[in-house]
Design a protein around this ligand. Structure first.
Ligand code: IPT
Length: 948
C-alpha cells in the first residue's frame, strides 16, 4: 500500500520523452481486457500478477475506458471538495481497485531488443507487471509513463497486469472540477526501440518575421539526419541549425512542413511549424504579431466514455472550434490526449498546455497543508511538469506552458516554473494562482469583471510587476445553462487595450453523462457529497450540439466584422495575421424577411487590423421593413469547413416598416351573461381576461414577471442571487386584483394591481382593449406601486393557446434565442419552427427559447388556423408546452411533460443573463429595473390559407 499513499511520483518508468510515432514496430494493446473491481486493495486478489492466475471468470472491459462508465462502481462529481477526508497523503482504505489483465502475443516479425510499454493515461495510480515481473508504478493520471520491457517479452502468451487504484496520494493533486472516474483511459502501446534509433528529439523551428527565415535545429541523439523534401533539405545533420525561407505557422495559417528524422535504424516522421513566441512591450506575440486569444477551456469529455476520448471526438472538437472562430484552447486542467495537440498543429489553434495539477480542495481549508508549499510534494510537482513539457515540446500549437490550476501558491509551483524556463526558454509560463506574478510571464485572472479588466488595460493595476505583463483571462464567461451574457463588453476591452489579449470561456462542453432519456450530472449517482449541475457549464451540450452560448460567442469573435459604415458598408478585418483575400462577400436584400435581391459585393482586400468602407449595392424598391445582410464566407473549402462557410456577417436597415394603419374602432363592447364581446374577442366579464379570440379558446393574456430561473439567476457570485431576491419578493406568486372592468365605451379597460402576497409593493397593470378590423389591440400600462426591491425577471404577458398550435412563424430576431446581453448572434429575418423546436434543451431545465425583437409572430395548428400577434414595434416571445413553473421544477429534460396547452409569453423586456453562476452578474445596462412601462400588441385570429 505504501506506493499508493507515497506523495512522490511513481517509479520504474524511463525518463519522459516526446510523444511521436516512427517506423519501428508498435503494437496497440487496446481492446478487450479482463477486469475485476475490488472494493479495496485488501480485498483484491493477492496473486493477480502471477501469469498463471485464472481470470477466466472475470468480466471483460474495453481498454481504454473508465470503469464506472461500464457498470463497475459509480461516477461521482465534486468541484472543489475532495470526496474523501483531507488527510494528506492518506486516502480511504475503501479504495476501489481495478485489476486489468491482458494476454497477448507478439506479431511474427517483432524484433528482439529494447521495447517500451507506453501508457498514455491511468487514473489515478497504476501498478504494472509483465509476465510476473513488476515494472513499476505510475501516478499523474493524465500523463504518460513508459516502462522498459524488452527482456521480458516472449513471442506468445505475454501476460500484462495493471492494478489501478481509484485513490492515491496523486488524487490530492488532481482535484479538477470534473467527474471522479478511474481506469486505463488512454492508449496502451508496445513500442519496439531499435538500437541506434531515435530515443527522443526536440525540433525547434523558429521564425524571424523580420527576415522571413525559419531556423530549424533538432536536439536529439547522434547521427540523426533531417529531411524536409518541400524545402529541399535532404540528409542534413539534425543537430546543426539550418536557416530556410519558409511560410510561418500560425493558428490562422497552420503551415506544417512534413519531414523525417532518421538514423540507420529508425525513421521518425515530423511535422514542422515555424513560429516564435515572444513577450515584447508587455504583449504576447507570435512571429512579431500581437495575439488576441478567442479561446475556450477544454476538458476531455464524451457523454458515454467520459475522459476516454477518441481521436474522432478530438477532431470533432477541433472542427467545431474552427467553425465557430475559436482560435485558442487552454487544456484545462491537464495535458489532453496527445492526438488533440497534433490536431491543433494541423488545423491551427493556439494552445495553453496545462499540467495535470489542481489542489483546490485545500482552498476551503484556508490552504492549510496545501501541497504547493509542502516539501514532500516537490518531486511529484516537478515530475508532472517534466512529463508535460517533454511529451508536448514538439507541438508548434503549444505557445504557453501552464503549471496547473487553482493550487494556490508555493515553492513547489515556483520550482516548476524555474524548471520550465530553464528547459524551454521558447515558451512563456502561465499560472493564474501566482497573483503577484513572481514566477510567471503572463498576468492571468479568472472571472474578472469588465471594469477590473479595464483598470488593467489602462495600466492602473496597483502591482508594478503585473503592469508590464500581457494580461489574459484564463477563464471568463462561465457558460453554465442559459448564458453567458455580457461577452460584448469583454470583446470591446480586448480590442481597446493592447495588453488585454483575450481569454478563454469557461468551458467548452457540458460534462453530462448519457442516461436513459436525459444527461446526468452530480448527485444522479447517489453521491454523498457532490456539486450538482455545476459540471454542466459548457458551450456545447454533452452530445456536442452547439448551445446558443456558442453561437453567440462565435458572433462576438468573428474575424470579419460587417457594419453600416459612413459611406455604405464597413468591413473590418479582425484576423491577427491574414488578409481577406480568401473570402467572398455576398449580400441579400430581404423585404419583411423574404429575399428579393442578392449579389456579390466587391470588397478590396483588407489587411489584418484594417477596415474599408464600400458603397451599397443597388437594389429594387421594397414595400415592407427591409434589411440588407452582408456575409463574408470562405471562397474555397479548407480542412475545417467547406466553401461558403460564413466567417462574418452584418445587417444594415434599408427601410422601416410602413406606418401601421390606425385601428378602426369597432366597439362598443357588448355584454352578454358573464361575458363581454369586443370585435373578435370574448372576455370574462368579472376578470376582464380574454377567453376567446376568433374561434379559438385562449387564456389570458395577463401580466407576468416570472421566468424559470437560470443557473446564472441563481448564481451568487457576488452576493445574494437575483433568483433568491426575486423569490424573497414573491415575484413567482403574484396575485391579480381586478380593480375595475370598464366596458362602457368603445374600449374595454381592465384595471388591475398585480402584487406578491405579504408585500406592500406591486404593479398597477391597466389593459386597454380596442377592436379593429379582424382583431384586437391591447395597450398595457404598467406602473410600479410602492418601494419595489431589486429587478424583475421579465415584464410582459403570459397567455395560453390550444396545444394544437404547434407551429410558429415570426419576423424578427432569430433564428435562435436571445436575451438583452446575449443577442449579437440573431439577425432580423423571417423564421419558422415547431413549438418543440423553439426549446433549448438545457441539461438542467431553465428559462430558454426567448425570441427577441419580434415584429410579428404566428402560432398555428396543422390546419393553418391560429393567432397572430403584432408588436408596436416589437416584442419578445416564447412558446412552450409547459408552464414556467413546471420548467422551474424540472431537474432533467425528460421531466418536462407536454400539456394540452401552449404557453406563450409576450414581453416588453427581459432581465439580462450575466454570468453570476461563476463571475459577474448582469451588467447595469441589462438589468430590468421596474419602471413605468407601456406596450402595445395586436391580436388577430389567423384563418386557414391566409398569408400572415
Ligand atoms: C474555476 C476553476 O478553475 C474551474 O476549473 C471551474 O471549476 C470553474 O471555476 C467553475 O466552473 S475556480 C473558481 C473559484 C473561480
Amino acid at each position: 500500500m505504501a506506493y499508493v499513499e507515497d506523495p512522490g511520483p511513481g517509479y520504474g518508468s524511463v525518463a519522459p520523452r516526446a510523444a511521436f510515432g516512427s517506423d519501428a514496430p508498435a503494437l496497440s494493446l487496446t481492446g478487450a481486457w479482463r477486469f475485476r473491481l475490488s472494493p479495496s486493495l485488501a480485498a483484491a486478489p493477492p496473486d493477480v500478477a502471477d501469469p498463471d492466475f485464472d481470470d477466466s471468470g472475470w468480466d471483460e472491459l474495453p481498454v481504454p475506458s473508465l470503469w464506472q462508465l461500464h457498470g463497475h462502481g459509480r461516477p461521482a462529481y465534486t468541484n472543489v471538495h475532495y470526496p474523501f477526508p483531507v488527510d494528506p497523503p492518506h486516502v480511504p482504505s475503501e479504495n476501489p481497485t481495478g485489476d486489468h489483465r491482458l494476454r497477448f502475443d507478439l506479431p511474427a516479425a517483432w524484433p528482439a531488443g529494447s521495447a517500451l510499454l507506453r501508457f498514455d493515461g491511468i487514473d489515478s495510480c497504476g501498478r504494472i507487471w509483465l509476465n510476473g515481473t513488476e515494472l513499476g508504478v505510475t501516478k499523474g493520471s493524465r500523463l504518460p509513463a513508459e516502462f522498459e520491457v524488452g527482456p521480458l517479452l516472449r513471442p506468445d502468451g505475454n501476460v500484462l497486469v495493471v492494478r489501478v487504484h481509484q485513490w492515491s496520494a496523486g488524487s490530492y493533486l488532481e482535484d479538477q472540477d470534473m467527474w471522479w472516474l478511474s481506469g486505463i483511459f488512454r492508449a496502451v502501446t508496445l513500442l519496439a526501440r531499435p538500437a541506434g534509433g531515435i530515443g527522443d528529439y526536440w525540433l525547434h523551428a523558429d521564425y524571424d518575421h523580420t527576415t522571413g527565415l525559419g531556423t530549424v535545429r533538432v536536439e536529439t541523439g547522434p547521427d540523426v539526419l533531417l529531411d524536409i523534401p518541400s524545402l529541399g533539405v535532404a540528409g542534413h545533420p539534425a543537430g546543426e541549425p539550418l536557416d530556410l525561407p519558409v511560410e510561418p505557422w500560425s493558428a490562422e495559417t497552420p503551415r506544417l512542413y512534413d519531414g523525417t528524422l532518421s538514423t540507420v535504424a529508425e525513421r521518425v516522421p515530423v511535422r514542422i511549424g515555424f513560429r516564435t513566441v515572444t513577450i515584447e512591450d508587455g504583449q504576447l506575440k507570435v512571429n512579431g504579431r500581437r495575439l488576441l486569444l478567442r479561446g475556450v477551456n477544454r476538458h476531455e469529455h464524451d457523454p458515454r466514455t467520459g475522459r476516454a476520448v477518441s481521436r474522432e471526438t478530438a477532431l470533432a472538437d477541433v472542427l467545431l472550434m474552427k467553425r465557430h472562430h475559436v482560435n485558442a484552447v487552454r487544456t484545462s486542467h491537464y495535458p489532453p490526449d496527445p492526438a488533440f495537440l497534433e490536431l491543433c498543429d494541423e488545423y491551427g489553434l493556439w494552445v495553453i498546455d496545462e499540467c495535470d495539477l489542481e489542489t483546490h480542495g485545500f482552498g476551503p481549508l484556508g490552504w492549510d497543508r496545501n501541497p504547493s508549499s509542502e516539501p514532500m510534494w516537490m518531486d511529484a510537482y516537478l515530475d508532472r511538469m517534466r512529463r508535460t513539457v517533454e511529451r508536448d515540446k514538439n507541438r508548434p500549437s503549444v505557445i504557453l506552458w501552464s503549471l496547473g490550476n487553482e493550487s494556490h501558491t508555493g515553492d513547489n509551483l515556483a520550482r516548476m516554473a524555474d524548471w520550465v524556463r530553464e528547459r524551454d526558454p521558447g515558451r512563456p509560463v502561465h499560472y493564474e494562482g501566482d497573483h503577484d506574478c513572481s514566477y510567471v510571464d503572463v498576468h492571468s485572472r479568472m472571472y474578472a469583471t469588465p471594469s477590473e479588466v479595464e483598470r488593467i488595460g489602462l495600466g492602473e493595476d496597483d502591482d508594478q510587476r503585473r503592469r508590464v505583463l500581457p494580461f489574459i483571462l484564463c477563464e471568463y464567461a462561465h457558460a453554465m445553462g442559459n448564458g453567458p451574457g455580457g461577452l460584448l463588453e469583454y470583446r470591446e476591452l480586448f480590442e481597446r487595450y493592447p495588453n488585454c489579449q483575450g481569454g478563454f470561456v469557461w468551458e467548452w462542453i457540458d460534462h453530462g453523462l448519457a442516461a436513459p432519456g436525459h444527461f446526468a450530472y452530480g448527485g444522479d449517482f447517489g453521491e454523498t457529497i457532490h456539486d450538482g449541475n455545476f459540471v454542466i457549464d459548457g458551450l456545447l451540450f454533452p452530445d456536442r450540439t452547439p448551445s446558443p452560448g456558442l453561437t453567440e460567442f462565435a458572433k462576438i469573435i468573428e474575424p470579419v466584422r460587417i457594419d453600416p459604415g459612413p459611406d455604405g458598408i464597413r468591413v473590418a478585418n479582425h484576423y491577427d495575421f491574414v488578409d481577406t483575400g480568401h473570402l467572398t462577400f455576398t449580400w441579400v436584400l430581404e423585404d419583411e424577411g423574404i429575399a428579393v435581391a442578392q449579389g456579390v459585393l466587391d470588397v478590396p482586400v483588407v489587411h489584418s487590423g484594417q477596415s474599408v468602407s464600400v458603397p451599397l449595392p443597388s437594389w429594387p424598391p421594397t414595400r415592407g421593413e427591409s434589411w440588407l445582410t452582408v456575409s463574408a464566407s470562405l471562397s474555397s473549402g479548407t480542412s475545417w469547413a467547406p466553401a461558403g462557410h460564413v466567417v462574418g456577417w452584418g445587417q444594415l436597415p434599408v427601410s422601416p416598416a410602413p406606418a401601421r394603419p390606425a385601428p378602426v374602432v369597432r366597439g362598443p363592447v357588448f355584454r352578454t351573461t358573464g361575458r363581454l364581446i369586443l370585435g373578435a374577442g370574448e372576455f370574462d366579464a368579472v376578470t376582464g381576461t380574454l377567453t376567446t379570440l376568433g374561434d379559438h379558446p385562449v387564456r389570458g393574456p395577463r401580466l407576468d414577471v416570472w421566468r424559470a430561473t437560470t443557473d446564472n439567476d441563481r448564481g451568487s457570485s457576488p452576493g445574494p442571487s437575483e433568483a433568491s431576491q426575486w423569490r424573497a419578493a414573491g415575484l413567482h406568486r403574484m396575485q391579480h386584483r381586478v380593480i375595475e372592468v370598464d366596458a362602457d365605451g368603445d374600449e374595454l379597460l381592465v384595471r388591475t394591481r398585480v402584487a406578491p402576497p405579504a408585500q406592500p409593493f406591486g404593479l398597477f397593470a391597466d389593459y386597454t382593449w380596442t377592436a379593429f378590423d379582424g382583431g384586437l389591440q391591447l395597450r398595457v400600462d404598467v406602473t410600479p406601486d410602492g418601494e419595489f426591491p431589486g429587478t424583475l425577471p421579465r415584464l410582459g404577458l403570459t397567455m395560453a393557446v390550444p396545444g394544437t398550435f404547434g407551429s410558429a412563424e415570426w419576423f424578427g430576431g432569430g433564428p435562435g434565442e436571445a436575451y438583452p446581453d446575449s443577442r449579437q448572434a440573431v439577425r432580423i429575418g423571417r423564421f419558422s419552427s415547431s413549438v418543440d423546436g423553439l426549446q433549448t434543451p438545457y441539461v438542467y431545465p431553465q428559462e430558454n427559447g426567448n425570441r427577441t425583437d419580434v415584429r410579428w409572430a404566428r402560432l398555428t395548428n396543422p390546419a393553418g388556423t391560429g393567432i397572430r400577434v403584432d408588436g408596436d414595434p416589437a416584442f419578445d416571445f416564447t412558446a412552450r408546452r409547459w408552464t414556467a413553473a413546471a420548467l422551474e421544477t424540472a431537474r432533467h429534460t425528460d421531466e418536462l411533460e407536454s400539456g394540452s396547452l401552449v404557453h406563450v409569453t409576450l414581453d416588453a423586456a427581459q432581465h439580462g443573463l450575466g454570468t453570476a453562476a461563476c463571475g459577474p452578474g448582469v451588467l447595469p445596462a441589462y438589468r430590468l429595473v421596474p419602471r413605468k412601462t407601456s406596450f402595445t400588441l395586436l391580436f388577430r385570429p389567423v384563418a386557414s390559407g391566409v398569408a400572415n
